[in-house]
Ligand binder design. Structure first.
Ligand code: F3S
Length: 408
């Protein structure tokens, strides 16, 4: 792989052991994937930071970097952690877990990574531009950045995203190259897709069918309002990334590259798949029973508009089961200022920041039954935490929390 002078000097250790190690990771990846050179990145999003997932070895790995006194050279921000830094005591998170999680966040701060602790950084202004190269690692954020914004990122691992943040570059392969961004599958949708939960169902089905392919959707209409469009598109991308490994999708005449290139964004040998109904996904995501410990919304992390809609549904109501809405601290502050948090808390719900239902230690906290409107959370909660998970629309989730049992 061709390295510039400065990249070679990183690799030779002329700028310290931290940058040497970071460049070694990037150069090794570049060699494995046949990159010809590196490309400068505008930002890095670092996933894999929950103590639940990385444990003590992960904490040690991050402390090592911090001790090497290396710093992020481009804006770098954290994915959700395992706790809400403000509410963890009140919500009953285990203290030992919280202590370790706070240490992880501290180590990342030491190397210059911002504690945004969100998988939807684009909701708080951390939005790349079309064509920007970035190194993001949370799968739904990757999908959104590639597909909806038209930026270019591979699905980075936590360590490679960190290495990219330190070096300000990443090897140019995969989705950084236009030729690898062409659709491998044409998905003709012939049924109506009405809610963000429907987009999740569609994503779940398509991810299972195409694995790591790139779909080009036809026949989908998006809601008129931008905020609702965003919610639906992030739900679609998150679901496909969870049931398959889809990191980029196109929607005919809607997403940036489909608009710019038209039919030329589809490979000549693309397979065609017809979707006549969402029943297959509905069946596969169905769980029997109605017992409920918790209802969670906000996977991917909720926007201010989603929180506003939820507050509207909860006005003057009382929940029988806890309802948690996951977002980040900046959005929670906005929601507090607009009075949404008060409405939600008066009903008995909570707006959480810094964490989410999948990476928080919910099973350890005794939670066995969850309702959610996220196809991604529905895919992961049973396998990652052994939690029985019901899937439904936002309205269905709220109605169930109000009734105290899951409403099929
Ligand atoms: Fe985000 Fe957690 Fe869902 S990281 S996409 S809220 S699993």
């Amino acid at each position: 792989m061709k390295l510039t002078k400065i990249e070679q000097s990183f690799l030779d250790g002329k700028h310290g052991s931290g940058l040497k190690r970071a460049m070694e990771i990037l150069a090794a990846l570049g060699r494995i994937y046949g990159a010809r050179d590196m490309v400068a990145v505008k930002s890095a999003q670092i996933a894999g930071i929950s103590y639940k997932n990385i444990g003590d070895p992960g904490l040690e790995f991050l402390s090592d970097w911090a001790n090497m006194e290396v710093r992020a050279h481009v804006p770098a921000f954290m994915n959700p952690s395992g706790i809400d830094r403000q509410l963890w005591r009140e919500l009953g998170f285990p203290p030992e877990f919280a202590k370790k999680q706070l240490e992880i966040i501290e180590q990342l701060k030491r190397v210059g990574v911002r504690a945004t602790l969100t998988c939807t950084p684009y909701h708080i202004g951390l939005q790349p531009e079309k064509g920007d190269h970035i190194a993001w690692s949370e799968s739904s954020a990757v999908s959104y950045a590639n597909s909806v914004i038209g930026a270019r990122t591979n699905r980075e691992g936590g360590p490679s995203a960190l290495a990219a943040a330190f070096c300000g570059r990443t090897p140019r392969f995969g989705l950084h190259l236009h030729k690898n961004r062409l659709a491998t599958h044409r998905i003709q949708v012939a049924c109506s897709i009405d809610s963000s939960a429907d987009f999740g169902l569609l994503g779940n089905m398509v991810g299972k069918k195409i694995g790591g392919g790139i779909p080009f959707f036809q026949g989908i209409s998006l809601p008129n309002q931008t905020a609702q469009q965003t919610t639906c598109l992030k739900s679609l991308g998150a679901a496909m990334a969870a049931s398959g490994a889809v990191a980029l999708f196109h929607i005919e005449k809607k997403t940036p590259e489909a608009t710019s290139y038209g039919e030329r964004i589809v490979r000549a040998d693309a397979h065609t798949i017809k979707i006549n109904s969402l029943d297959e996904a509905r069946k596969s995501l169905h769980s029997n029973g109605s017992e409920l410990d918790l209802v969670t919304l906000g996977c991917p992390h909720a926007s201010i508009d989603e929180i506003s809609d939820i507050a509207n549904l909860l006005k003057n109501k009382k929940l029988k089961k806890p309802l948690w809405i996951a977002s980040c601290s900046i959005i929670r502050e906005q929601a507090r200022n607009k009075g949404f948090v008060e409405i939600i808390e008066n009903a008995g719900g909570r707006v959480l920041a810094d964490t989410c239902m999948v990476v928080a230690p919910l099973a350890e906290m005794g939670i066995k039954f969850i309702g959610t409107n996220s196809a991604k959370a529905r895919s992961y909660l049973p396998s990652h935490q052994g939690i029985i998970t019901y899937f439904g629309t936002t309205e269905q989730c709220i109605e169930s929390a109000l009734e105290g049992q899951w409403k099929h």
